[in-house]
Design a protein around this ligand. Structure first.
Ligand SMILES: [Zn+2]
Length: 291
């Protein structure tokens, strides 16, 4: 039962979908399934701190045997036991801990420590989530731009020069296949910062503005890359894309397309909902046509 002393090497930020790896540790999980730790992996796990993009699916292949990867979680260890998912006592990146990708396989999987395996991700699902995640970032920036005139005071900007509505108002974000859903709350604090909720009255105008910006940006076919200081799971990663207004950087742990040319027509719709002391806004983004 050797637990690793350092983070799992992660290959998904560069877009990898398959890799040869070695089983470092096998952990029986409370639900009877088995958690497998590899030295390196292309599998993207769900991040509990910001669970916008769900886990990859795929298989671990060893010789003639193939085991489905049913879930992909994050685990934490200091060498004497492994805490998985919500049982983790610390946030990813905490000093003195190793953070590992836990590949959840069925209880009858036979994957002894030291075994060489081929880790292969479901490429259709990965492509769909990567497109959805890139579209989500673009739509949030396009929304900031569409709402730039709604601010009466200087506000922190989003890296492209528009007040950062998305960052200041976001409650949660979910990446879907070829799309995403962002849920915002406009309450007292946003109004105090100078945001006029009246800007959300005409959602038709907002759709036209955001869709127009998305078409313009996607039409540039700009490259997308993930910057990181190392290849460990808990290393901070940044999404970088050069748009006509400038290079924009967003902290992000997910996966992405490598070029905006991979996205076709992308559109949004909005729903608003009165809430106690404020207004809820949901933006649904959809990549409707592949390029
Ligand atoms: Zn992201």
């Amino acid at each position: 039962m050797t637990l690793p002393a350092s983070d799992t090497t992660v290959l998904f930020p560069d877009g990898a979908v398959a890799a040869d790896a070695v089983v470092l540790h096998v952990e029986p999980l409370p639900d009877g399934r088995i958690g497998v730790l590899l030295d390196r992996t292309p599998f993207h796990p769900i991040d509990l701190a910001w669970p916008d993009q769900g886990p990859d699916r795929g298989v671990l292949v060893a010789g003639e045997d193939e085991w489905p990867v049913l879930d992909v979680l994050i685990g934490a260890t200091q060498g004497d036991g492994l805490a998985v998912g919500e049982a983790m006592p610390v946030r990813a990146g905490t000093e003195g801990w190793a953070f590992v990708v836990v590949h959840v396989v069925p209880s009858d999987a036979d994957l002894p420590e030291g075994l060489g395996v081929r880790a292969a991700v479901d490429t259709d699902l990965r492509a769909a989530l990567s497109a959805g995640h890139t579209a989500c970032h673009l739509a949030s920036l396009a929304l900031d731009r569409a709402l730039a005139g709604a601010w009466s005071k200087p506000a922190p900007d989003d890296g492209l020069g528009a007040p950062a509505f998305d960052r200041l108002a976001i409650e949660r974000s979910v990446i879907r296949r070829y799309g995403s859903e962002d849920v915002y709350r406009v309450g007292k604090s946003l109004r105090k910062q100078g945001f006029d909720p009246g800007a959300l009255d005409d959602t038709g105008r907002l759709v036209a503005a955001v869709d127009g910006t998305l078409a313009e940006w996607i039409g540039t076919g700009a490259p997308v890359r993930i910057e990181r200081d190392g290849d460990g799971l808990s290393v901070r990663r940044t999404w970088v894309c050069s748009l006509p207004e400038g290079e924009v950087r967003i902290p992000c742990g997910g996966t992405h397309v490598i070029s905006l040319a991979e996205l076709g027509e992308t559109t949004v719709r909005f729903a608003t909902e009165p809430q106690k002391g404020g207004l809820g806004l949901t933006m649904t983004t959809r990549v409707v046509a592949e390029a």
